[in-house]
Write a protein that binds this ligand. Sequence first.
Ligand code: NAD
Length: 266
Amino acid sequence: MNTELISRAAEDLAGSGYAIALTGAGVSTESGIPDFRGPNGIWTKNPEAEKKAYRSYALFRADPRQYWEERLSAPGLVGDFTTIMPNSGHYALRELEKEGVLRQVITQNIDSLHLKAGSEKLLEYHGNALKLRCLACGSRYPQEEFNLDHLFKKNLLPPFCLNCQAPLKSDVVHFGEPIPAELMQLSLLEVQKCDLMLVCGTSAAVYPFASLPMEARQRRGVKIIEVNAGPTPLTEGNISDYLIQGKTGEILPRLAEETKKMRGEV
Ligand code: NAD
């Protein structure tokens, strides 16, 4: 582990005025959820699954019933999120929030693990796999409010919005689907406010999320620190100031601990 870079990042965090974190699938691999593009990623191992995922949004628009039937008859791509627990990386980000250092987490993850770790200032940019969303009125519902298995067995799919009766889809933002406008706006506001951005466990390949560090880079003096298993386009394009290479579950707790110590010393 690069202790020098961790100390540098802790110093940067301790001295920051408004730090935010962007997270991706890499922060959840140590909880047992595979990422998409890492060496053991779902797309890396099964390119066919990627092609199928690209069809989901168009299928919902064309035929909500078939969309739900396909979703419920195939096991979830990235596993059953209800039983999976956060890891030390999620808890470290929560610690930094409690410490008053980290003001916001913007995650691409749909797995609820930041929520389970207790993060309060959280924007789920790509939605939440345990919720349903109405595309017509924007209402969101916990999945357990609908007995999806029962609706499937009784041939009563899709579920309908309790507010406006439009068909509901998963809250997850599928490929080709626009990011909900309020999430885009709130995320952009946070990026415009920050003076430090921690970018953790993302390949920075999925847009528009990957444009958030670019947006921050436009402003003078903003520090962008990556924590990732390897270099990304942000590293290679000099968008990030530096990369702490390794596992988020190991680096983030060290970073939180050192940041706390440094703040205590001030
Ligand atoms: P990605 O799979 O494209 O990239 C993950 C990155 O994290 C890679 O660079 C990989 O090397 C790195 N990584 C893997 N394990 C790591 C670890 N323990 N420590 C540090 N780095 C690690 O993921 P992405 O950039 O988030 O894009 C994938 C898209 O798929 C996102 O939009 C997300 O919504 C979705 N997705 C979500 C989940 C989830 O919710 N857990 C899982 C898979 C995919």
